[in-house]
Every structure is written in C-alpha cells, then in structure tokens.
Design a binder for this molecule. Sequence first.
Ligand SMILES: Cc1ncc(COP(=O)(O)O)c(C=O)c1O
Length: 400
Amino acid sequence: MRPRLSFRLFPMKKNWKTKLIHSDARVPEGFRSLSTPVYRASTVLFSNAAAVSDDWNQYEVGYTYGLYGTPTALELAGRICELENGVRTLLTPGGQAAISLINFTFLKTGDHILIPQSIYGPNRNFARAVLRRFGVEVSFYDPTIGAGIGELMKENTRLVWCESPGSITMEVQDVDAIAAVAHARKALVVLDNTWAAGVYLDAFAHGVDVTMQALTKYVGGHSDLLLGSITVKDEALYRQLGATHQLVGCAVSPDDCSLALRGMKTLAVRIKAIGESALELAKWLAERPEVEIVLHPSLASCPGHEFWKRDFTGATGVFSIVFNKRFTKKQVEAFVDSLELFEIGYSWAGVTSLAVAYDFGAAKGRPGYDHRIVRLNIGLEDVGDLRSDLEQAIEKMKSA
Ligand SMILES: Cc1ncc(COP(=O)(O)O)c(C=O)c1O
C-alpha cells in the first residue's frame, strides 16, 4: 500500500491558527529525485539552547543561519570547488560581489594592489572608487607584462589580480610567470576565471591562490540569474574570506543556486557547441577584408595566444573583432544595429548571441582600437544563420 499523509496525535490541543504555524501533517519519507531541493531559510533550527551558535563555517559547526547558505547553496559551492580543483568555495550574490569581497578580505589601508588594464570594468572601478577611498594604493598594468610585473611590485603589494583572457580586448595572460614573481614577493594572486567557466583553465595548477567566477555566465548559462563564486587553494584563505563574507552579509538566493545547479548539468555540451560555433565564426571574420583583427584566444592574432595554447583546454564563446580604421563610430554602431539574430545587451554566456560595441578612445593603457571594437557572445543558434547575420550587417555597415 502507498504511504499516506499521517497525522500524529499531539498532546496539546491546538487552535487552527496555531496549526497554521505548528502543523502535525507529515509526508512519506524516502523521496528520491535527480534535482537538488531548494531549501529556503533565514532561520535555521538548533536542537537545544546550548547548540545555538552564530558561526559562518557550517562545514565545521553544522547549519546555523540562512545567510551562510542552505544545503542548496552548499551543494553548488561544493560542486564549483570540485570543478575548479580548489579546497573550498564561497558563493556571492553576483560576480561583482565576489570581486569586492576578495578585495575587502585581503586588503587594508596602506596596501598596494596590481590590476590588469584589461580587467572587467566594474572591477577596475571598484578599485578606483572604493579601494582608493580606503587608502589602498591602486596600480594598473599591461596584461601582457608576464614576469615584467616584478618591476611594478612594491614592498606593500598584497594582491595581484589577473583576468585571462581580459574583458573585451581578450589578452591571455602568462599567469604562471606573474604568480611566480608575486609569490616571491609574498603577494596573493587572484584570477577571474569566468571566461573559462572554471573548467578550461586549471588555475590552481598555474599558481593562482584565489579564483572567482561570475556564475551568472556559463554556469547559469541562460541569462536569468546572478551569482558569483570564490574558490581558494587552502583552508587559511577560506577562513579569512568566510569571516568577511559573514560580516558583509553576502547571502545568495537558494532559487538561483538551484538554477545554477541545473545549468551545470548541461555546461559541457553548451560550451562545446558554443565554442565550436565561436571559433568557426572567428575564423570566417578573420578572412573578411573589413576586419582588422579578430581577438579570439585560439587564433594567433590574439595577444597571448601562446599562453592559451599552453594553459587552456578549450575556448568558450566570447571574442571581439576590430574593424578597419576606415570605419567610423556611426558605421560600427550601424553594424551592431543591423544584426537581426544577435541581440544588444550586457552579460554574456547565455544561449542567445549578443553584440556590444565599445569605444576605447580615451582609455589609458588600452590598445588603440578606439571605437572599432565589437564584442560578440556566441549562443546556440545555427552557426550558418549567425554567419549570414554577420555578413548582412557588415554589408549594411559599409553603406551606412
Ligand atoms: C569577466 C567578468 N567578471 C565578473 C563579472 C561580474 O559578474 P556579475 O554580473 O555576476 O556581477 C562580469 C560580468 O559581466 C564579467 O564579465
């Protein structure tokens, strides 16, 4: 016979209003499925008065408060950690929150931080607007600097950020060389591992101490959630981060974690298909006379391509193109506006192709691509249709 809802006799006679809060209804045990349950909670129950504890490290003390993650969040964190070959992972409400939490954890007034010019814009802006206000010395470096970073290191350099490939301009960094120099000078190396989805670059094998990812991107994979992760190579870094995480109050939504867990199941097939289409389109664009350079890490034309070949096991679907000098800003914008399948919007790595035009005209330390650079995010549409779309938009740009 199938188990039925059971009602236990309760010694206390309860008013219906109390029953709304303290029910005796029970469901059958033994349910199994393939999906991780969404555990929503702020309050977490303790078994007795003495067990009450406000400790963030739930791996050691058990569950204490929803802010530090319910089992849904902890499962996602554990799975990201496993994929990145780290020791522990903490989740944040977005990639940008992961960036700021890392900086808040490891920096103090008087420290110096080195950041590549190619870093994700809000990461750069956080350093300029917030870290400097708190008395942290901020320097930006050429992402292709490699071991030359030694010349920029100071007595007080505490953190060296890397992002490989860099945002929009796509420079692949010599992370091994940077890490060797940074470690010799007792600085920590942090890497934004979002483009590689935490799987195409084994960051810890290349000397990185802390990685972060915008899970918003490939792990989520469907442009409908915001989440971030921070993964560390040892327990001491985890303790430092965890203590700050608690005080900054970086709670994540269990519903978003559940979506990310679902996204993970198809990550391999999505990035394989997206990566193949992106490379095919990148090669096709490289042959077009209107294009000056294609910035795709698997093409020799991309700065640092040799480090992609040495360190990465694959390429995902974001790359940039730079049009020839004869094209005006208006024409480049006409190219983007003429695309019919590619949508215009931030946040990449979903299943829909996107295009965004950038203007580096006055940006210090960025290559001279000025208004001619367009970043493409390749999705899961048919690659032939995407190529036709790019082709017709290039024709319209020429006559704009
Ligand atoms: C490389 C990179 N890192 C971090 C982030 C920030 O992620 P989120 O949008 O989840 O805050 C982004 C977002 O575009 C990004 O492109």
